[in-house]
Design a protein around this ligand. Structure first.
Ligand code: NAD
Ligand code: DAU
Length: 348
């Protein structure tokens, strides 16, 4: 079986690729990635020589390239993670999110439809999506699989659009598909533009911790390897034309999470208690900032038996350790273009 995983050099993708390459030696795993600023082959050093693994440097925005690869390798299944993934970047440059997340997904759907047209039955297009498509919650309630889409950022609008196209290809052309919508991931290999690795990096360097608005925004956090395990289950056991919500049952207000992270960092770095918290700096809010995300993951639990295996305390501890042990990885990804991004995003 030839499985195409897109975006496999990124944060979540690299954990999915590793899990599949190791767990399924009989599958041929193809990792298609354009290696944008967020893609990094260092994330896959330990598996790059495995016999069942092939890396394909390609851009999903390039239809000829995508079609050529489908013809050449005859992929049987697709797990699609390649995307522009950062909300703040989508506010500065929405069009690049439309290109990759909408048109890029369309290019993959079209190439799959063309290649699979005579034999759709054992094929699968699995689209990895986000809980942000549902918009924002108030103080109570949870996102379920039937919550209406109501995206607020250019990022979430582009992901919502790609979800709709995947469903439309299922209904219109009979393309077998699964979509999963997951909450905030954290763990090793996450690019330090996202809250947790950004703050770990800034604490190490004793730089300000830029908290948007009043910090009273709520997110549900899931350890990335638990997300990869949920993807494995949905891929193998999920029902055609199904959506699965994936979450950690682990809601935190940003400011509370940041204070826990500060305490862990003080201990690990042997700094005096309270020293990291002093770096907290309230800054201009993110425009259109969604107040609260919270996932009801009971469907994937009931149907597929998935639940998170790592507690937040364990996961956060492992994450901090990984970043402290991989300071060279962190230095490499924060040199060059990262500095310009950082100045532009946080100049005020
Ligand atoms: P990421 O930004 O870390 O990685 C994205 C990967 O896609 C990178 O390797 C990048 O090189 C690649 N890519 C980008 N544009 C490409 C293109 N045009 N052609 C080929 N490859 C391209 O993202 P992530 O956080 O790992 O997210 C992966 C997927 O999971 C995304 O679809 C995202 O929307 C979704 N998701 C992320 C989270 C989260 O918390 N990070 C939560 C739910 C869903
Ligand atoms: O919910 C799933 C989504 O989670 C994924 O689809 C996205 O790809 C992923 O980036 C993430 O989106 P968020 O916007 O929630 O994640 P981020 O880490 O950017 O921000 C988390 C919270 O922290 C959010 O409320 C904004 C806040 N924040 C973030 C940054 C980067 C700050 O207060 N300061 C910051 O500097």
């Amino acid at each position: 079986m030839n499985v195409l995983i897109t975006g496999g050099a990124g944060f979540i993708g690299s954990h999915v690729v590793r899990l599949f390459v190791k767990k399924y030696p009989k599958y041929r795993i193809f990792n298609l990635d354009a290696l944008t600023y967020a893609g990094n082959l260092e994330n896959l050093k330990d598996i790059e020589d495995e016999e069942n693994y092939t890396f394909l440097k390609a851009d999903i925005n390039n239809i000829e390239e995508v079609e050529g690869l489908f013809k050449k390798y005859n992929f049987d299944q697709v797990i699609h993670l390649a995307a522009e993934s950062h909300v703040d970047r989508s506010i500065h440059d929405p069009l690049s999110f439309v290109r990759t997340n909408v048109i890029g997904t369309m290019n993959l759907l079209n190439a799959a439809k063309e290649t699979w047209k005579d034999n759709l039955l054992d094929k699968l297009f699995y689209h990895i999506s986000t809980d942000e498509v549902y918009g924002t919650l108030g103080e109570t309630g949870l996102f379920t699989e039937t919550t209406s889409y109501d995206p607020n950022s250019p990022y979430s609008a582009s992901k919502a659009s790609s979800d709709h196209f995947v469903r439309a290809y299922g209904e219109t052309y009979g393309m077998p598909y699964i979509i999963s919508n997951c909450s905030n991931n954290y763990g090793p290999n996450q690019f330090p533009e996202k809250l947790i690795p950004l703050f770990i990096n800034n604490i190490v360097d004793q730089k300000p911790l830029p908290v948007y608005g009043d910090g009273n925004y709520t997110r549900d956090w899931l350890y990335v390897i638990d997300h990869a395990k949920a993807i494995d289950l949905a891929f193998h056991k999920g029902n055609n034309k199904s959506t699965y919500n994936i979450g950690g049952f682990n809601e935190w207000k940003n400011i509370d999470l940041i204070k826990v992270l500060c305490r862990i960092m003080d201990k690990k770095l042997d700094r005096s208690p309270g020293s990291s918290e002093k770096l907290i700096t309230y800054v201009k809010d993110r425009p259109g900032h969604d107040k609260r995300y919270a996932i009801d993951a009971s469907k994937i639990n009931a149907e597929l038996g998935w639940k998170p295996s790592v507690t937040f305390e364990e996961g956060l501890g492992k994450t901090v350790e990984w970043y402290l042990e991989n300071d060279v990885w962190l230095k490499n990804v924060t040199s060059g273009a990262y500095q310009q991004y950082y100045e532009k995003q946080y100049e005020d």
